[in-house]
Design a protein around this ligand. Structure first.
Ligand code: FAD
Length: 337
């Protein structure tokens, strides 16, 4: 690990000022916030992230870790620990897809340490990104190429990819939030604003090193999920190489509003498949107004992966993704609302 200066944030405004230089998720950003450290310290040890200054935002936990559920929806402070949200009775009862996405992530120790905001901003698990001995990685070293295209790419993205980067977004929680149409509360040097979760991660678009739409110094302070008739009948299905302590090969977050067996509205997020948590709107549209039969679920899943592009090692992923989504839809349909 390289030398860096350490600063402890006093309050939100001071943290935002001290955070000028965090960039938009760029690997070479000279400043990084420290929340739980589960991504940051890991990548600093690997010599991938090399901040000159680390701003510790854990003192903000006092004011930005509350979890509140009410008629308008759920509001979770971004400094709340993953375990606090996963174990919260209102989250488990009214937003099971969120609770499950957190319970199935990482390990108990990591969930006790890591925060919700940091979880959203975790970096890809692409092995070429995480190992600087590989010179070609456009995300880490802009303009150097993509080693995963033509390399080992079993876990890589199949939706929304281009020739500059096929890295996958590995998180689970964000997939549940995408399905439920969550919004982020932000505070930065320019003041406060809200941002749809779906607009947080930028497509590679030739500049995959620019990962987010956050302004430099901007902090996520809270995550708001609107209430809706679909939140209770919801689940998160995660398929991975081993049953625990593993990232998703494929996952589906599904929330359903049903009238009998007819779909009033379906909300679908897909994980492990793209540079960001992926909302499958074509599939949602296909399901609306029809009985949720196996054939309807299969047609929706085909639509969700119609644009998939594979690179050899990950040729199996669209089929795995389709099967995961069909299973999730049929299981969710059996839940009580
Ligand atoms: C072995 C292992 C297994 C894992 N398995 C899973 C898994 O199965 N599923 C899953 O979803 N995740 C998994 N993770 C990822 C883990 O959940 C994340 O590393 C963790 O949630 C990051 O949160 P943190 O608070 O530690 O963030 P940090 O590491 O402190 O910060 C991460 C990044 O976010 C920025 N940041 C943090 N908080 C804020 C904020 N409020 N506003 C603005 N910027 C901020 C920091 O500057 C930094 O760049 C795993 C991690 C490990 C090490």
């Amino acid at each position: 690990m390289r030398p860096f200066t350490y600063e402890r944030a006093q309050d939100l405004a001071q943290a935002a000022r001290a955070g000028r230089g965090t960039g938009q998720g760029q690997t070479d950003a000279p400043v990084q916030y420290l929340a739980g450290g589960a991504t940051l310290v890991d990548l600093m040890k690997l010599d991938v992230l090399r901040p000159q200054r680390v701003v510790d935002i854990t003192p903000l936990q006092q004011d930005h870790a509350a979890i509140e559920a009410g008629p308008a929806g759920l509001r979770m402070g971004a400094l709340a620990k993953m375990s606090a949200a996963a174990d919260h009775p209102a989250v488990q009862r009214d937003y099971p897809v969120i609770a499950q996405s957190l319970q199935l992530a990482a390990s108990a120790q990591l969930r006790n340490m890591a925060t919700l905001g940091g979880n959203l901003l975790q970096r890809t698990r692409c092995p070429y990104y995480r190992d600087p001995s590989w010179s070609a990685c456009n995300k880490r070293a802009p303009g150097s190429g993509c080693s995963a295209i033509g390399g080992v790419n079993r876990t890589h993205a199949v939706l929304g990819v281009d020739d500059s980067c096929i890295a996958q977004y590995p998180g689970d929680f964000a997939v549940a939030l995408a399905a439920l149409g969550a919004e982020l509360e932000l505070m930065g040097p320019g003041g406060a604003r809200t941002l749809p979760l779906e607009a947080l991660h930028r497509p590679p678009g030739g500049t995959p090193q620019v990962e987010t739409t956050l302004a430099s110094g901007e902090l996520i302070t809270a995550i708001r999920t609107p209430a809706g008739p679909w939140t209770r009948r919801s689940l998160y299905l995660k398929v991975r190489d081993r049953a625990s302590y593993e990232f998703a090969l494929a996952s589906a977050a599904v929330a359903l509003d049903l009238d009998g067996d007819v779909v009033r509205q379906a909300r679908i997020g897909l994980g492990g498949m793209a540079y960001r948590p992926w909302r499958a709107r074509e599939a949602e549209t296909l399901l609306a107004g029809k009985p949720l039969t196996e054939a309807a679920a299969e047609a929706a899943a085909r639509a969700a992966f119609a644009g998939a592009v594979t690179h050899g090692g990950n040729d199996f992923k669209p089929e795995l993704g389709r099967r995961t989504l069909v299973r999730a839809l049929l299981q969710a349909a059996k839940l009580e609302a």
